[in-house]
Design a binder for this molecule. Sequence first.
Ligand SMILES: [Zn+2]
Length: 399
Amino acid sequence: MIALLLAALLLPQQVLIATPRGNASVPVSTERGPAAVAASRLAQPLGLVASLEGNAVRVTVGGRTFDFDLGAPFVRTGDSAYPLVGAPYVVRDTLFLPLHWLADFVPRLSAGRYRWDPIVARLDEVASVAPVVLTPSPPTAVPPAPTVSANAPNPITGLRLAHTVVVDPGHGGIDPGNPGLHFPGRLAEKDITLAIGRLLRAELLRRGLNVVLTRSTDTLIDLADRPTFCRAACDLFVSIHVNSMPRGRRQGSVSGVETYFLSDAKTEDQKRVTQMENDAMRFETTTPAADGPLAFILRDLQLNEYLRESARLAELVQGRVSAIHPGGDRGVQQGPFLVLAAARRPAILVETGFATHADDGPFLASALGQRRIVNAIADGIVTYLLEFERKLAVGGPAR
Ligand SMILES: [Zn+2]
């Protein structure tokens, strides 16, 4: 299902705009890589108004204003900025806007006025919504972003914009994750990831960020549902896990932290971790995505902005955590994690250490160890967001 959704989002030939005033078919262009649509083709069906001044693109649709810069894969609206798959560009006097913006941000920030159906690439304007609501009513899982003046940096972090981080403690409920050979008592991976996730939420809140936990208790959330917590008001998706080695000669000797971003698995070790984490699907009732389409979509995703952003986020978090981790640095890794595939935001998965290692296990289960890991992950996230805000401020072509 994830693969199908992504396929429809990334690869449609045209988009159908359906409104009470009639329907319009808008061709999708891929001549500059990521899918884009001509702003002029959206003017009539959506009442979209676009203006271009130098590099600055301003688009108003459904009562909401979006600001872009030509060549920059970002969009700003209200107090928030979001990375995009693709950037606005001009070809033969025609302004093209990323399809990702139209299919994702327009409906999600429209307070129910627009709905996107990824299966048939169709954007519906819902007739019954009469008033234009300027402030989006966020989905229940996402707390409303506080109003932050773009000129007042947060005294702790120096960040100027509101950011929301989704923290995903791996496993839960009937899925214990790995059994935790060197955890005290009867703790399993799901308990450690929950403890670290809750501490990470508290630490990020203390630093002025908005945080959504995919679970705050011992419950199982389907892999496919976890990224849906990362909606319009979400900048980053961070999944927390604990690694383990299979029985054998190497079981007790491998230690340390590694951070994954979405890609094809390259090495045997990466395949092992990917298989282990995707294995949570056997506890689920929904049909998993097939290998074939996912592999196909991944090739497409490798071109997109989220991969570069996810890789950078992974690098920063890995650098901070490995600096305080007694088990050492196993580096940034890549794997086709289902939990990351549908986030459509910069998304990473942190394997915080090895339950099968005699030092890593107790470190991960200790209050001090968890506190140090959480501070390090938070440092990495804040550093990434500061970089992100600096890129926005520069504006202009990103390449
Ligand atoms: Zn796990």
